[in-house]
Design a binder for this molecule. Sequence first.
Ligand code: AMP
Ligand code: GLY
Length: 421
Amino acid sequence: MKVLVVGNGAREHAITWKLAQSPKIKELFTAPGNAGTARIAQNLDIAANDIKSLGKAAQQKNIDLVVVGPEVPLAEGIVDHLESIGIPAFGASKLAAEIESSKVFSKALMQKYNIPCAKSVSFADYAQAKEYVQKQKLPIVIKADGLAAGKGVVVALKMEEALAALTEFMQDKKLGAAANQVLVEEFLPGREMSYFAFSDGINVLPMVSACDYKRVNDGDKGPNTGGMGSYSPPVFDSPALQKLAMDTIMVPTIKAMAQEGRQYRSVLYGGLMMNKGKASVVEFNARFGDPETQVILPRLKTDLLDIIIATVKGKLSQIKIEVSEEACVGVVMASGGYPGNYKTGLPISGLLDIDSDVMVFHAGTKIGAAPWEVLTNGGRVLTVVAMGKTIAEAREKAYNNVSRIHFDGCHYRKDIALFKS
Ligand code: AMP
Ligand code: GLY
């Protein structure tokens, strides 16, 4: 098969890497890809959001299947477009992707179908939102309705922070139309996990879960990022917890989407808060997570292409997902200054010095003047991933390899998957 992966992050490099292991793959393309995907696939110079051009390229190259990584093209209807021109695509349709692209929609869905989630009220009017927030207990969570690349959520510990978020979102329009509506949500305490399940619209098949680290600095300090690291399985994971997540959240959500005429055929990512034997939804994403994908795909033993084809064709009942018992840890190496301003075009050294069983998934990288030269080209640059019999073993191996890679200003968290015993 000829397969095209859309996106340019470490998530898409991991997806491309996993697909490349399938004996059914004849040719692999990535659009736009990065220096990492260029080694295992052919990069096409088309932006992930340029839906029409991606469709044309897929037709010209006789692509059999398109796999979509990021949320923006999904929300803009890339899967609907590709299907309309006869190209099978793995990803949520525009209507299904609203479970991520509109928090107002996903909250209304959860409320209607009794899927456990934080209580929340939505506002389009700043004065009303302000009046409501001032009467609430702290901490309180302020969320923009639409896609905001991780910048649309403020967990406010103080009233000033909550009010400042409302001002930024609703008056200063810092996030544009994404904050035309704002949700004011109850704070959920507990332990958070990213839960993944595949669905063909009817069948729901669980994948392993993972935890990610969103803040830039050790100890969960500093501003939010796209994700600074991840590990799988969560230390607090258990078969009972997995069953709870499936029975109370993932299966009812897939059913609810079908009932709403928004059949969900893709991977569904539940950001779940676990507390006192109950799982509640923090958010849904209509796609694989980044950086979680970098640590769950190495654990997957089943051919990812088989799962994807079965998802697209409505045949997931024929698939059995097998995963490795080993743990997996991924550490993100970021550009100096990230998540604020940073330089790009800096040479990366040490990429050839890593252990053969360690994976370096590229995100913001590009090939330099010489074909072997790799330069930084974004905020999050690499995810260095290692497996091990225990989380501690995987963690040690990942960090050992991180220390061999260098670029000017590079920074990373030192506490990914670190647990005090
Ligand atoms: P989101 O973009 O919705 O994933 O939110 C970003 C992060 O904010 C989540 O991963 C949680 O850690 C936190 N968060 C969001 N909503 C809540 C909530 N209701 N209670 C506690 N934490 C939350
Ligand atoms: N790991 C967070 C996300 O993918 O949205």
